[in-house]
Design a protein around this ligand. Structure first.
Ligand code: NAP
Length: 266
């Protein structure tokens, strides 16, 4: 099987590196094309990606064609790809905002489309990727895509109408966590910790708490209660967070993302 990527930026290179490192695609060919040549050459050197000379050449060569350009580039790129897309090929798109019907309207009738929402945690093999098939995508094609994205983390089947919510929780929220870690580290620096140590502690505490939530059957609030001794120190901090509107801020931030995604998809 030949997997071809159009656009070899942050996401595509993370996915390709993950696929190559997994060893599960050793008998397959990974090929790709990027507007600027440097990224293609870097992946050629690093993982043996076969460079293609155009987006159309990727679509000619590949069985699975992955669109990994920014959504605003799709009107330029899709018309180059569609003439090459026969029914034996699969189109995979990771572009945010555009529904499967957008692609189906431009592709020849019957070509399978699978939409995926990965995230940048793919760089460390810890993405949560949402997958849904369009009108013509078969279960076999969906399975091909699940296997691809399993190389960079966990994969979830998500109905398309929930893609924006999935993206907000599984992907965009990572940015919230970085803001949180920085704020936590800054508070540590204010309390006298050296910044590198404060950053390390803030990140490790976040990682540990997330791991505990994933691996425990208990509700997150039950886990919170376990570290809040009556009259103790931690409950003071938790109360202050609640008083300052921490939960409302997080919930409204998620709503803002979903709202913006809706507008971009219009
Ligand atoms: N980043 C994320 O966290 C994330 C998460 C989920 C989904 N996505 C989706 O993934 C897609 C890619 O995002 P990204 O963050 O990887 O962006 P990116 O780093 O900017 O990568 C996009 C790549 O596309 C290339 N490109 C632009 N026009 C092209 C064309 N006509 N032909 C071939 N290559 C072209 C760019 O080349 P140059 O080197 O010339 O700029 C760039 O390397 C987007 O649709 C985004 O919505 C991203």
């Amino acid at each position: 099987m030949v997997y071809g990527f159009i656009g070899l930026g942050n996401m595509a290179s993370a996915i390709l590196r993950g696929m190559a490192a997994s060893g599960n695609f050793a008998d397959n060919t990974l090929c790709g094309f990027n507007r600027s040549e440097g990224k293609t050459l870097a992946l050629w050197h690093e993982i043996g990606l076969v460079p293609c000379e155009s987006a159309a050449a990727v679509a000619q060569m590949a069985d699975v064609v992955v669109l990994a350009v920014k959504p605003q580039m799709l009107p330029d790129v899709l018309p180059l790809v569609t003439p090459e897309m026969t029914q034996d090929k699969l189109l995979v798109t990771i572009a945010a905002g555009k529904p499967t019907t957008y692609y189906e309207a431009q592709l020849p009738e019957g070509v399978g489309v699978v939409r995926v929402m990965p995230n940048i945690n793919a760089r460390v093999g810890a993405a949560a990727s949402g997958v849904c098939g369009g009108r013509f995508a078969t279960e076999e094609q969906l399975q091909i895509v699940r296997e691809m994205f399993s190389a960079v983390g966990e994969v979830f089947d998500v109905p398309e109408h929930l893609f924006a919510a999935f993206m907000a929780l599984a992907g965009a929220s990572g940015a919230f966590v970085h803001v949180y870690i920085d704020a936590l580290a800054s508070a540590g620096v204010k309390a006298g910790l050296p910044r590198p140590l404060a950053e390390q502690l803030a990140a490790q505490a976040t990682l540990g708490a997330a791991k505990l939530t994933r691996e425990s059957d208990e509700h997150p609030i039950a886990l919170c209660d376990q570290v809040c001794s009556p009259g103790g120190t931690t409950i003071e901090g938790v109360h202050m967070l609640k008083k300052l509107g921490f939960e409302t801020a997080v919930q409204q931030a998620v709503e803002a993302i979903i709202e913006k995604d809706k507008k971009l998809g219009e």
